[in-house]
Design a protein around this ligand. Structure first.
Ligand code: B12
Ligand code: SF4
Length: 502
């Protein structure tokens, strides 16, 4: 899925400038290739956005670009949290000519103008209110991202080779895009490990329903025109943070016929309301990402996430399941009360719930979070600048009741057990009463999600994954073919095929 910020800043760029978007995930280039691209296109300013996790790579890219004489401006959560690092003011090397702190909707046009006049400043900050706090964009009005005409080729999840063949199936699968849309910003909950409340603020700002619906309608028209599929990721941190407003938005989407399949993040405490769940289902909601974090209430209390109750998780997932909605359930290991065996206990709970897509991470002290400050004060950080020395799934601090190696072993075990061919087959069997399309999408999602932890890049890796999971794959493909034959034999369908209605 592409990142929203680049489309947003592209729409906010003064019209006389051309913008090129390169997403390192979708269109990987070496530093040399990237510098050549920049030179060939005569690009005068490079903007780089990065989460903490990818910052070391982003600095390397920036160094190569700056060496070629092109100025680089950084933005996003990491540089906002530690701006001195990118500017080389903390004793380390300099990687950026300028940094944009916080939300850059209003500063970006200024940055572009300054760069064009050769007057780029080092730091760009949003204007401050009387209390000295950043003035946040209201999101009303909201920039118009021209989805209907943007070149999204680098982001299609369907390999080019299959496109002609797949565009003929059903309503068309020639392209498949997951598009990020925000309907609001901010979260008041302030969980200890999270950067969102600090970055976006604790008051929430919403776009108007009309502006969201209009954007969805344009996307829907594009999908139809391309004979492809578009799914939406509502990237709000908690789509249902204001339940009344969420219901009103979902009702407007339904009324306008603007439904597209969508995914969103919603905390478990907000998924008790049956009417909300009905509206989620009717408006196209397919997958809900729930930050469950831990099955242990004392861990939840430690990280200030007491509002989310592990004892409720099963009931919440059941309510979703009854409506053919699945959950992506996210867990964190290495929390202060976790001991070896935590993965096994968590997996046992998960098996007692309707099937979903569990994901497992480790407690990570991101800079400028309350968690970082607490661990620093307690001298528990073993790699205080873990992002400059990035090691996937290796904790940067000492957990209290297990070692860093044990936390890693728990994480390995949880991923391996959750996405083993045997577990995948078991899950697909367990949901055999669900419509075929739900089961197919669940299996496909499982095969992709496995890749979050076990890299499966390239054809050969995929062939292996499909071979390992041949039992459920063969069963679903067989069922799909049988239902297609039965469907085609139905007298009404035969008549429609004869008269070219289909
Ligand atoms: C959607 C999302 C995802 C999606 C996909 C990312 C995508 N392709 O969009 C998924 C679910 C895959 C994901 C995964 C992860 N995510 Co995430 N994700 C988000 C989320 C919810 C929304 C991002 C977004 O679009 N925001 C809206 C836009 C408008 O805001 P923005 O990106 O910050 O951009 C604004 C400014 O920052 C600035 N800006 C940003 N970049 C740039 C660049 C330039 C040049 C300039 C001038 C300005 C600028 O301008 C923009 C407009 O104001 C954010 C939380 C949040 N609300 O932002 C977390 C967040 C970015 N994710 C976070 C994390 C930790 C992760 C994971 C590491 C989690 C994990 N443990 O696995 C993974 C990493 C996956 C990976 N390897 O890529 C953290 C990052 C914290 C940090 N310090 O790095 C965040 C902030 C959430 C949090 N709880 O703290 N994520
Ligand atoms: S509810 Fe989610 S976005 Fe809000 S502070 Fe907690 S983890 Fe962050």
């Amino acid at each position: 899925m592409p990142h929203l910020w680049m489309f947003l800043l592209q729409s906010l760029t003064p019209v006389e400038h051309e913008v090129f978007l390169v997403d390192g995930n979708a269109r990987a280039m070496t530093e040399k290739e990237l510098v050549k691209f920049i030179k060939d296109e005569g690009i005068g300013l490079v903007g780089i956005g990065s989460m903490t996790r990818m910052i070391a790579r982003a600095y390397k890219v920036a160094d190569a670009i700056r060496e070629a004489g092109v100025p680089v401006v950084f933005g996003g959560p990491h540089v906002t949290e530690v701006p001195d690092e990118a500017l080389g003011r903390d004793g380390g090397p300099r990687h950026a000519d300028a940094v944009a702190l916080g939300e850059a909707d209003e500063t970006w046009p200024l940055i572009v103008q300054d760069a064009a006049c050769g007057e780029l400043k080092e730091v760009y900050k949003p204007a401050q209110d009387v209390k000295g706090l950043d003035q946040k964009p209201t999101l009303q009005p909201y920039p118009r991202v021209p989805w209907e005409s943007l070149d999204l080729d680098q982001f299609s999840l369907v390999p080019k080779f299959f496109r002609p063949f797949l565009s003929g199936i059903g309503s068309g699968w020639g392209t498949f895009h997951v598009v990020p849309i925000e309907t609001g910003r901010g979260c008041p909950y302030g969980c200890e490990f999270c950067t969102v409340t600090g970055f976006f603020g604790d008051s929430i700002r919403f776009r108007t329903n009309e502006s969201v619906v209009e954007e969805l309608l344009r996307l829907k028209a594009r999908a139809k025109r391309e004979r492809g599929q578009i799914a939406v990721f509502f990237i709000d941190d908690n789509l249902a943070i204001n339940v009344k407003r969420t219901k009103s938005l979902l009702r407007d989407i339904i009324q306008a016929g603007a439904q597209l399949p969508w995914v969103a993040q919603i905390s478990a405490n907000l998924l008790r309301d049956e009417e909300l769940l009905d509206l989620i289902a009717e408006s196209g909601g397919r997958w809900i990402f729930i930050g469950m974090e831990s099955i242990d209430p004392s861990n939840m209390a430690d990280v200030n996430k007491n509002f989310s109750k592990p004892s409720e998780y099963g009931a919440v997932l059941n309510r979703l399941y009854q409506r053919n909605i699945y959950a992506i359930t996210s867990f964190i290991f290495g929390m202060d009360n976790d001991k070896p065996g935590i993965a096994d206990r968590t997996l046992a709970e998960i098996r007692s719930w309707p099937p979903g897509l569990p994901v497992f991470g480790q407690l990570t002290p991101f800079p400028a979070t309350p968690l970082y400050t607490r661990l620093q004060k307690a001298s528990r950080l073993v790699r205080p600048k873990h992002w400059l020395d990035f090691a996937p799934f290796v904790m940067a601090h000492n957990p209290l009741n297990m070692t860093i190696e044990e936390a890693r072993a728990e994480t390995d075990f949880a991923w391996a057990s959750s996405y083993s061919p045997a577990r995948n087959a078991e899950v697909i069997k367990a949901i055999s009463q669900q419509p075929l399309v739900c089961r197919v999408s669940h299996l496909v999602a499982r095969l992709f999600f496995r890749g979050i932890y076990f890299p499966q890049l390239g054809w050969w890796a995929w062939v292996k994954v499909i071979a390992q999971n041949r039992r459920p794959v063969a069963r679903l493909v067989g069922e799909a073919l049988r239902s297609r034959i039965t469907w085609r034999k139905t007298p009404r369908i035969q008549e429609a095929l004869r008269t070219n209605i289909l």
